[in-house]
Design a protein around this ligand. Structure first.
Ligand code: BGC
Ligand code: NOJ
Length: 818
């Protein structure tokens, strides 16, 4: 069953009923001001950091679902008894005569009709400013004139969202607002150390306003039935403490067929510390910087241009890579939605979604480095900056803070470090950036350790410490020690936690000298191969040799201790016993080492790689995707940690953890099996799963972190949509390994591995400033193999496109075959 459809031409997903199984969201903003918006206008807004600069409140885990948003009410002032509704369905949930929500690239339009009144609200954040626009158009489709009241409202958050939700003894007394010239200003703590405030205003003269929640809603009432709306008049309340809101009331009379557009602005503004107040010495906000911005964006023409500019911005981004294949679901994800999700993971890492509260995890070191793997071609400059920010949270040991806060960019002490895979991901992201851009200068860029001034070293030096970190921490089998966890945050082999509530990630009861990770071993080889190439190009033969040797040693360690007979083992626990082995009663086979070791090239020269992937197919593959491990752990194991805390089939305990599936797609592609690679790709492709939306439940246009596994009661149900490494890895798997368009240090490799029944496909790719048009023909219906390549009409040896000294546009023709 579907709840909408894809409008690929407009690059939109159109939701056709408001009561989707879960709120289906979109993100507004692409620079510093952001918002989350659901298909019924729920969500919240923030500046840079969803925890430290939260503008509006949101109530997670609430009933009804999705409470807190950009709420508009319409009231029929001609009706005999009070009649009001929400044109975005929430919060009144009045049954509408027509409803449609269009989530597009950086904007959302919610349109509805009720008793002949058509309302369309377009929400967007223009480029270059810190505000959001709600553009509301009303059309009277009744045969008679109508008098309407419009109410627009937001609930302000007291900036620090954690504090806002916990420290009520203080918060109920600190809130302050100011109302002047049709603008509501939220200025809590502006009197002291904040030099920022929020504003909420509209293009019409208002009939009244409220800034105190109780005054607007009425005592013990909710957002679904505000007293002010019911009454048709607000009370011009000024809040002193308690809960601050912005609500305004506009009256319009519409003739039959008349259309009226009203612009609402919600924004964030900073003043210089010495220009906070006007006149100086008072407590009144100095509005000289903000008023010109407000005036500008209240003009309909400016709003229209902003929307066009935003679309242009996205067209440019999506234009970096466009494909045309025989599979609509591939095209739709690669050309539109996967990129949209990549932008979200780039901006928010794992911080703010409908599953991440914005107050918990910030930017993950592992996460953001992996997100970059799919992102580097979209905005190389921003990727460069992000890499340097990440490097600055590395520690002198080569380890890294597991997370950092987006606003301050400093490492999160609570979570700390000790996730032993973390530093290696930096090598991979830097390698991806250099391959994409050819910008070797980034390696000479200085970055501090732990953000400490004076500790700066070149990025190249950082990478070497990353590699050393693994080599300094090898266990009894010569495999890397796992530390707190590796990629699987829940495989906590040194945790041994017996007290409820202790953090599995930060509790460490064993000294960690025994438990080893085969996954990190594979990851190390991948990273070390990059180090060999990077060092060689810098003519640093010594370093190249170190990594050459180290990776060969790691290969033998995997061969000796990492192979279980039919698949790669996952780890060794603190007792030196294998995890992910036929010897285990539960958790016999794990997906991660099968993907990672084959990607690293292990077992390709013999039969192990093929055997490992056959075992995956036999034991882990399901119609809903590939499971993380089998069997799931049926009880809690002290020596395994959080992985066994989840009921079997959920999350890290044997769900389809979508992030890992592309590793198997890539591995299959490396072994030349295009059908398997694309088949696995399709099983978790959200667009392909659209038709089972009642089972999948999450948005059909973005990946979710997990799909409940075979052992779960809710098999096939997705959770944790949007902020997951699944976005980057699936994009990588399909574009670089299935379609085979892969940037390398010396150029663009074109090495498809596709289902043999495909006749071919086309790609438009911007690479190092050149526009490359690629046409791939598959006349012999092979899976892999480039028989002939022509660049601009001339035959070329091999399948690497080298650009040196070439013009801007290139036509590449590829004939696959044996
Ligand atoms: C989740 C993991 C996540 C970790 C972050 C765990 O509870 O299952 O997916 O990576 O928390 O701290
Ligand atoms: C989600 C985390 O963000 C990611 O870093 C981790 O690798 C996976 N969960 C698996 O535990």
């Amino acid at each position: 069953m579907k709840y909408g459809y894809f409008d690929d031409k407009q690059r939109e997903y159109v939701i056709t009923r408001p009561d989707t199984p879960l709120p289906w969201i979109n993100y507004l903003g692409c620079e510093e001001y952001f918002g989350i918006i659901s298909n019924t206008a729920g969500g919240y807004s923030f500046y840079k950091d969803a925890r430290l600069r939260r503008l509006t409140r949101y109530r997670y885990n609430n009933a009804p679902l999705d409470s807190g948003g950009r709420y508009i009410y319409l009231r029929d002032d001609d009706a005999l008894s009070p009649q009001f509704w929400s044109p975005t369905w929430q919060p009144t949930r009045t049954e509408l005569d027509g409803y449609e929500c269009r989530h597009g690239m950086g904007y959302t339009v919610i349109e509805s009709t009720y008793h002949g009144i058509n309302a369309s609200a377009r929400y967007l954040v223009p480029l270059g400013v810190n505000l959001e626009i709600w553009e509301l158009s009303l059309t009277n489709r009744r045969p008679t004139e109508v008098n309407l009241s419009i109410f627009a409202s937001v609930e302000f958050c007291l900036w620090d969202a954690t504090d806002d939700a916990t420290n009520f003894q203080r918060n109920y007394s600190v809130g302050e607002v100011e109302v002047a010239d049709g603008v509501i200003y939220h200025k809590t703590e502006y009197r002291e150390r904040r030099d920022h405030f929020a504003f909420f205003t509209c293009s019409e003269k208002w009939a009244g306003f409220d800034t105190d929640r109780e005054a607007f809603l009425g005592r013990y009432r909710g957002w679904d039935s505000p007293m002010g709306v019911e009454r048709g008049a607000l009370s011009n309340s000024i809040a002193h403490g308690w809960q601050l809101i912005g609500a305004m009331h506009i009256k319009v009379a519409l003739q039959p067929a008349e259309r009226r557009t009203i612009i609402f602005l919600l924004g964030y503004q900073e003043n210089l510390p010495e220009e906070k107040f006007d006149p100086p010495g008072t407590q009144t906000i100095d509005k000289r910087t903000v008023l010109p911005i407000i005036r500008r964006f209240l003009q309909p023409a400016v709003v229209s241009t902003s929307f066009i500019d935003l679309q242009e911005h996205w067209r440019g981004l999506l234009g970096k890579l466009q494909v045309h294949t025989p599979d609509i679901h591939t095209d739709r994800m690669v050309n539109i939605w996967n990129v949209c999700q990549l932008m979200a993971t780039f901006h928010f890492s794992r911080s703010a979604s409908y599953f991440e509260t914005g107050t918990g995890r910030g930017m993950g070191f592992r996460d953001s480095n992996q997100d970059l793997l799919g992102f580097v071609h979209l905005m190389p400059d921003q990727a460069r900056r992000r890499i340097l920010d990440l490097a600055a949270t590395q520690l002198p040991t080569g380890g890294a803070y597991h997370q950092y806060q987006p606003l301050t960019k400093s490492g999160n002490n609570e979570v700390g470090s000790g996730f032993n895979d973390d530093p290696l991901w930096l090598i991979l992201s830097v390698a991806a950036y250099v391959k994409e851009t050819g910008d070797w200068s980034i390696l000479n860029e200085a970055a501090p350790y732990d953000n400490l001034p004076g500790s700066e070293e070149s990025l190249y030096g950082h990478l070497q410490r990353s590699g050393r970190y693994t080599l300094d921490r090898l266990g009894p089998h010569g495999l890397p020690l796992i530390g707190r966890a590796d990629w699987n945050d829940c495989l906590n082999l040194n945790c041994f936690s017996g007290s409820p509530g202790q953090s599995f990630q930060t509790t460490t009861n064993k000294d960690g000298k025994v438990a080893e990770s085969v996954f990190i071993a594979g990851l190390f080889i991948l990273a070390a191969r990059e180090m060999v190439q990077i060092a060689a190009r810098r003519e640093d033969d010594q370093v190249a040799l170190v990594y050459q040797r180290a990776l060969a040693q790691m290969e033998s360690a995997i061969e000796d201790a990492g192979w279980d007979g039919a698949w790669f083992r996952r780890a060794y626990d603190d007792f030196g016993q294998p995890v992910g082995s036929k010897e285990c009663t539960e958790g016999q086979i794990f997906i991660e080492p099968q993907g990672m070791c084959v990607m690293a090239g292990c077992g390709i020269g013999d039969t192990r790689a093929r055997q490992a992937l056959d075992s995956v197919r036999e034991k882990l593959a399901t119609p809903h995707g590939i499971l993380l491990h089998q069997p799931g752990y049926s009880r809690y194991y002290l020596h395994l940690g959080e992985i066994s805390s989840y009921p079997p089939g959920y999350k890290e305990n044997g769900s389809v953890f979508c992030h890992t599936n592309p590793w198997i797609m890539i591995a299959e592609a490396i072994l030349g099996n295009g059908s398997a690679a694309h088949d696995y790709y399709s099983r978790i492709n959200p667009s392909k799963r659209e038709e089972i939306s009642e089972v999948h439940r999450c948005e059909p246009y973005v990946y979710a972190q997990m799909i409940a596994g075979r052992e779960a009661a809710t098999y096939g149900e997705a959770k944790n949509s949007w902020l997951t490494g699944t976005a980057a890895w699936n994009y990588l798997a399909v574009t670089q390994w299935i379609l085979g368009i892969r940037s390398e240090y010396d150029g663009l490799r074109i090495d498809p591995c596709i289902p043999p029944d495909w006749d071919g496909f086309d790609v438009e790719r911007i690479f190092r400033g050149c526009r490359i048009s690629i046409t791939v023909y598959n006349p012999q219906h092979v899976s892999r193999g480039v028989k002939k390549m022509e660049v601009d009409g001339l035959p070329v040896d091999g399948n690497l496109l080298v650009l040196e000294g070439s013009p801007f546009n290139h036509q590449v023709h590829i004939w696959m075959g044996n």
